[in-house]
Design a protein around this ligand. Structure first.
Ligand code: ADP
Length: 570
């Protein structure tokens, strides 16, 4: 396996098996073999012969060791090991009772211990100061119960694979919505949560007509107040402008686009990074194709991509069978729909190899072409599996049954952030542009060396203009080539960073991928420090108009690191 220095550091710190003294007892090649064998074993359930299983094992090993495809972190860490929990994404329901709240806390602890992330909607909890009949007291409300989850996550961090991550959702029509929007105003509060407001169609209508909308107590469905939609919209945008939170999700659109009918349940929440809406007690395992590995000369190697998508869908479907689930209920629900989430990483690498700037019409077209292809082939692959293994049990409630198309998985595609696995694959993360083209790297003797993004380094070398001084200038320029005149214009145009491009260009790419993705797309919409609250609202409108299921903006310099960035540093 050809691994970068950075990849080795990541693998050693969290992925390779260690003995009880903390010594590493596994090579990266052995890791790949352990994972491939454990996942291929599921084929036994479908009467595969020994030879067939061996062939599958080799296919899985090849795509992973060539870094063409990697499954999400829990699969890499836990497959073929006693814990055996392989999914990154979970959504747990929270009903309006102490039992339910603390059952969810327990399930959260088990999931975090195994490296998974949890999402919750707190919308069913009665508002603060509402009556509690058993004690004649008053309730403390959703925001206050979120603290319990935050503390539990903080405590588990010491013993788990990695610090856990949560998504907290509240519907915009919940009476405590204003408290929720501002619950992360103070730096450090709810640091184990990303938060998002679930925006309803009713709210959007009220916003359009500049009207009030109703706040509803979930305990008895009574209308307990009204707020001006434009006021709440402003509060969300102001808070996001100030701190990057909350994000918003278009909850009615998410349910409308869900390939399963309402009889199966309603989606209330996503996983921590927003890319995976799930039903209560559902989990999903993800995997990502490294697009940078599929450029041949100046074009895309579609045949190879097709083959890899087939292998990846086979792999992800097998994961559902060999997975050891943290709760019986999660196992049952997950196996009814068999959702998997195949996505991509290295999109920015691919663009650069093809000579296409990230903020161009050609980039939007490429995003659509690539994802349309992956979507189509993943459906073919799932359909082939269904012919051998049967449709997913809830098939009759799905859009596929109406068209009589066999399908093994209710969903096949999701665009994950790939925060850790992109480091292992040495790829640009998810569908994001390059964040910084150069930065200082610490070396052993305490010195720091400038490190330049390899594709840029090669071009600068080829043109004979690379010097260490130039690298330092790029670093001083915050990793951007903007305004560095000695770098030829064509290079500056191609190598753009996340901060160089407009929020619309970010949203255009997210929308292009969303168009051909069953689940959702993880993406940060970067804005310059000078962006205004009005810009944030415009971004929200543009996102809605372009079919996004949710949006998170991040204004440069507006506080802190996001939950998962912090997590990665540990
Ligand atoms: P990876 O690259 O490690 O496979 P991603 O960055 O693609 O993971 O994140 C995918 C999902 O994995 C997230 O949305 C979340 O559900 C889960 N996840 C990521 N990081 C963490 C973490 N530190 N703790 C718990 N879950 C996480």
């Amino acid at each position: 396996m050809r691994l970068s220095e950075n990849a080795l550091i990541v693998l050693k710190s969290r992925y390779l098996q260690k003995d009880s003294d903390g010594n590493i007892i596994e090579t990266p090649e052995q890791l790949i073999e352990r994972v491939a064998k454990a996942i291929a074993k599921a084929d036994e359930n479908y009467s595969a012969t020994k030879e067939e299983i061996e062939k599958t094992t080799n296919e899985f090993m090849d795509v992973m060791s060539e870094l063409k495809f990697l499954p999400n972190t829990p699969t890499l860490v836990n497959a073929g090991r006693p814990l055996g929990q392989l999914s990154a994404c979970f959504v747990l329901p929270i009903n309006d009772s102490m039992d339910s709240i603390f059952d969810a806390v327990k399930a959260t602890a088990l999931i975090h211990k195994s490296g998974g992330g949890t999402g919750f909607s707190f919308s069913r909890l009665r508002p603060k100061n509402d009556i509690v009949s058993s004690t004649m007291g008053v309730s403390s409300g959703p925001v206050s119960f979120m603290k319990v989850f935050d503390c539990a996550t903080e405590a588990i961090k010491q013993g788990g694979v990695r610090r856990g991550a949560n998504m907290g959702i509240l519907r915009v029509d919940h009476p405590d919505i204003l408290d929720f929007i501002h619950c992360k105003d103070k730096e450090g509060e709810f640091s184990n949560f990303n938060i998002s407001v679930a925006i309803t169609n009713k709210f959007l209508d009220a916003l359009k007509n500049d009207e009030e909308y109703e706040l509803i107590n979930p305990r008895n469905k009574e209308v307990v107040g009204k707020l001006k939609a434009s006021f709440v919209w402003d509060e969300i945008a102001k808070s996001a402008h100030k701190s990057g939170e909350p994000g918003i999700i278009f909850i009615d659109r998410i349910n409308e686009k869900h390939p399963l009918s309402k009889e199966v349940g309603e989606i209330e929440s996503t996983n921590p990074c927003g890319e995976q809406p799930l039903l209560p007690f559902e989990s999903c395992n993800l995997g990502s194709i490294n697009l940078g590995k599929f450029v041949k000369g100046k074009s895309i190697d579609w045949d190879n991509l097709k083959k890899t998508v087939f292998t990846a869908v086979h792999f992800l479907d097998n994961v559902i069978d060999v997975n050891i689930y943290p709760l019986k209920k999660i196992e049952e629900n997950t196996k009814k729909n068999r959702k998997v989430g195949l996505g991509v990483m290295g999109f920015a690498d691919m663009l650069i190899d093809l000579g296409i700037p990230y903020d161009s019409k050609e980039a939007i077209k490429l995003a659509e072409d690539v994802m349309c292809f992956i979507q189509k082939i993943s459906k073919e692959a799932s359909s082939e599996l269904a012919k051998k293994r049967g449709n997913f049990p809830n098939y009759k409630y799905s859009i596929y049954s109406k068209e009589n198309i066999p399908m093994r998985n209710a969903t096949t595609t999701t665009i994950a952030p790939t925060g850790s696995i992109s480091m292992i694959a040495d790829a640009s993360s998810g569908i994001e542009p390059i964040f910084a083209l150069a930065y200082y790297k610490q070396v052993l003797d305490g010195k720091r060396l400038p490190y330049v993004y390899e594709r840029l380094f090669n071009v600068l070398k080829d043109r004979g203009i690379y010097t260490e001084k130039l690298a330092e200038r790029i670093i001083d320029n915050r990793g951007s080539l903007k305004g560095i005149e000695e770098i030829p214009e064509d290079i500056r145009k191609l190598f753009v960073t996340a901060m160089d491009i407009t929020y619309k260009a970010h949203i255009d790419i997210q929308a292009a991928f969303q168009k051909y993705t069953d689940n959702a797309v993880s993406k940060t919409i970067n804005m310059p420090n000078s962006a205004t609250v009005v810009d944030v609202k415009e971004a929200y409108n543009y996102a809605y108009k372009n079919g996004l299921k949710g949006i998170t903006v991040y204004r440069d310099g507006s506080r802190q690191e996001q939950v998962l960035v912090v997590a990665k540093k540990e």
